[in-house]
Design a protein around this ligand. Structure first.
Ligand code: GDP
Ligand code: MG
Length: 598
């Protein structure tokens, strides 16, 4: 039967090990795209992904492959992101598969995200096929990498494919292994429909388009379907497959990966991870779905134009549709007005969402510095979860404060062990252990406050190891910590959006540096602007932005008119990113200043 000829698989890898390039080669090899259509990294569709060279959203594609055994197979390839922030997306794609290609760079070997992704694949009981990529590189050492995979992960590598996605070597061997090793989907056509929603997107004409993997039964146009979590019923208008362009098909059957259009206008009716079933003959139990992942980093997003507020809400709703790890709720700031407090999995996630709102929805934003969630126990016994530093209670009311810690695993060449230890200690990290990966590399494990990771840990890790370190972390729990709230005042007025939480031992230093930073960032105004940092009532640092000289334009009068226009235009440009806070104009960068101070 057709079901026996279906293979659903993902590609997992550490970032830059060649996952997207390999996916492109596979598309090319199976003829999913004509060479005219073939452009580099078709699967990285979002503009942002191309520019940054990272995969953010998972993508699915259906391929036809005629194997050496003479049979035609249908291969569903689901691409996954490689960055630590997008683990959630990875686990979603893996749940829709029976197998995974584990791509490891032949020159670099196993990295932190290789391991994290392998664990996710094992959790989902996937058949793992090791692929050693980039064997064309002069520095490639496939034998060493094979050994490493055996020693560290415990996978048999005797049949590992040696490949070069760039040069197109080993592609056929990979497909043959997929056909032979990855199990065909199980499930029965006689059982009621069960399909897992692994992604979705909003189309202005067709409404919500849900991406599913069918586990039991089948779906066709006219079917009455029910979403089990929300209990909403819809009539299917069309079903289709990703070839890789969205193409309408007659039906989606067991093992198929495709999309459903059902005139769903309300984004809240569908949930990624939910089960689609038959409305008349529903399944008894939904599929297990996904582990809910809680956001770890929060920041305020405020429209620069107050009139964009509702559009911002709609943008967030649409983005949340296929990104359950994004959370948001309305918040008000005295300084910035009406906006949203948003929760993200990490800084890259936050960056990406912010940029998508600005580009895809055209809403200029002011973002406040990211913060983690602090647990504050009051003397009254009440426990508060503080996502917004400005809501931190007064010292007098606090019994104790706890902050989230992460267990961080850092893989690094021996030579950089000293540098990493210094970095981690500087970040209040606690050494857990050090293990040799092979003769040249070690894994260092630390407990580190998440708030310190948020403060440019990635950048420092990169610069202190010349880019040779890789890094993965998971939340390990809360610990008591001596934390205080630092307030910033501009021209004597406290700016709530600039408040931040800091360890008491570092407070003086941070207060001083942030005042210096702000002094450079805040443009001169018509009057003098004092900048102060305070803990409670106590001012710990002060700087002053001098008043602007009488008239910047005066010099240009009677002179070069185009120069004057340029100056005016430049000021207008700058305005877009400015927010009037009380009497002072504050640029966007000022709200991020605390991130770059160590
Ligand atoms: P991803 O982050 O895992 O998706 O990695 P990409 O596919 O984006 O590849 C990262 C970089 O490695 C790109 O510059 C690719 O051109 C390069 N690359 C990918 N595969 C190979 C390969 O087989 N050999 C060489 N030399 N470079 C490769
Ligand atoms: Mg990629």
């Amino acid at each position: 039967a057709r079901q026996k000829k279906i293979r659903n698989f993902s590609i997992i890898a550490h970032i830059d090990h060649g996952k997207s390039t390999l996916a492109d080669r596979i598309l090319e090899y199976t003829g999913a795209l004509s060479s005219r259509e073939m452009q580099e990294q078709v699967l990285d569709q979002m503009d942002l992904e191309r520019e940054r060279g990272i995969t953010i959203k998972l993508q699915a594609v259906r391929l036809n492959y005629k194997a050496d055994d003479g049979e035609e197979y249908i291969l569903n390839l689901i691409d996954t992101p490689g960055h630590v922030d997008f683990t959630y997306e990875v686990s979603r794609s893996l749940a829709a598969c029976e197998g995974a290609l584990l791509v490891v760079d032949a020159a670099q070997g196993i990295e932190a995200q290789t391991l994290a992704n392998v664990y996710l694949a094992l959790d989902n009981n996937l058949e793992i096929i090791p692929v050693i990529n980039k064997i064309d590189l002069p520095s490639a050492d496939p034998e060493r990498v094979k050994q490493e995979i055996e020693d560290v992960i415990g996978l048999d590598t005797s049949e590992a494919v040696l490949a070069s996605a760039k040069a197109g070597i080993g592609i056929k061997e990979i497909l043959e292994q997929v056909v032979k090793q990855v199990p065909a989907p199980t499930g029965s056509p006689d059982n009621p429909l069960k399909a897992l929603i692994f992604d979705s997107h909003y189309d202005p004409y067709k409404g919500v388009i849900v991406y599913v993997r069918v586990l039991d039964g089948s779906i066709r146009s006219g079917s009455k379907i029910k979403f089990m979590a929300t209990e909403k019923v819809f009539e299917v208008i069309e079903v289709g497959a990703f070839k890789p362009r969205m193409t309408i098909v007659d039906s989606l059957d067991i093992g198929d990966v495709g999309f459903i259009v059902a005139g769903i206008k309300n984004v809240g009716d569908t949930r990624v991870g939910d089960t689609v079933t038959d409305a008349k003959n529903p399944a008894l139990e939904p599929l297990p779905g996904y582990r809910k992942i809680n956001p770890m980093v929060f920041c305020g997003l405020y429209p620069i134009e107050t009139s964009d507020y509702n559009d911002l809400r709609e943008a967030l709703e649409k983005l949340q549709l296929n990104d359950a790890s994004l959370s948001f709720e309305p918040e008000t700031s005295t300084a910035l007005g009406f906006g949203f407090r948003c929760g993200f999995l990490g800084l890259l996630h936050m960056d990406v969402i912010q940029e998508r709102i600005e580009r895809e929805f055209n809403i200029p934003l002011i973002t406040t510095a990211p913060s983690v969630v602090f647990k504050v126990t009051l003397t009254s016994g009440e426990v508060l979860q503080i996502e917004n530093p400005s809501l931190f209670p007064e010292t007098g009311k606090i019994d104790y404060v706890e902050e989230p810690y992460v267990k961080a695993a850092i893989i690094v060449p021996n030579d950089y062990v000293g540098a990493i230890m210094e970095l981690c200690q500087g970040k209040r990290g606690e050494f857990i252990n050090m293990e040799y990966l092979d003769t040249t590399r070690v894994t260092l494990t630390y407990q580190i406050p998440l708030s310190e990771i948020v403060y440019d840990f990635f950048d420092q890790l990169k610069s202190s190891t010349k880019g040779y370190a890789s890094f993965d972390y998971e939340l390990s729990g809360y610990r008591q910590s001596n934390l205080v709230k630092m307030d910033i005042m501009l021209n004597g007025e406290q700016v709530d959006a600039l408040s931040f939480i800091v360890h008491r031992d570092r407070a003086y230093n941070r207060g001083r540096i942030i005042c210096e930073k702000l002094k450079d960032l805040i443009p001169r105004q018509m009057f003098e602007v004092p900048i102060q940092a305070a803990i409670g009532q106590k001012i710990i640092s002060r700087e002053t932005v001098k008043a602007m000289r009488k008239n910047v334009l005066a010099k240009c009068y009677g002179g070069d008119i185009s120069r004057k226009r340029k100056l005016l235009e430049k000021q207008k440009e700058g305005k877009k990113r400015m927010k009037q806070v009380g009497s002072v104009e504050v640029p966007q960068e000022a709200f991020m200043a605390i991130l770059k101070i160590d």
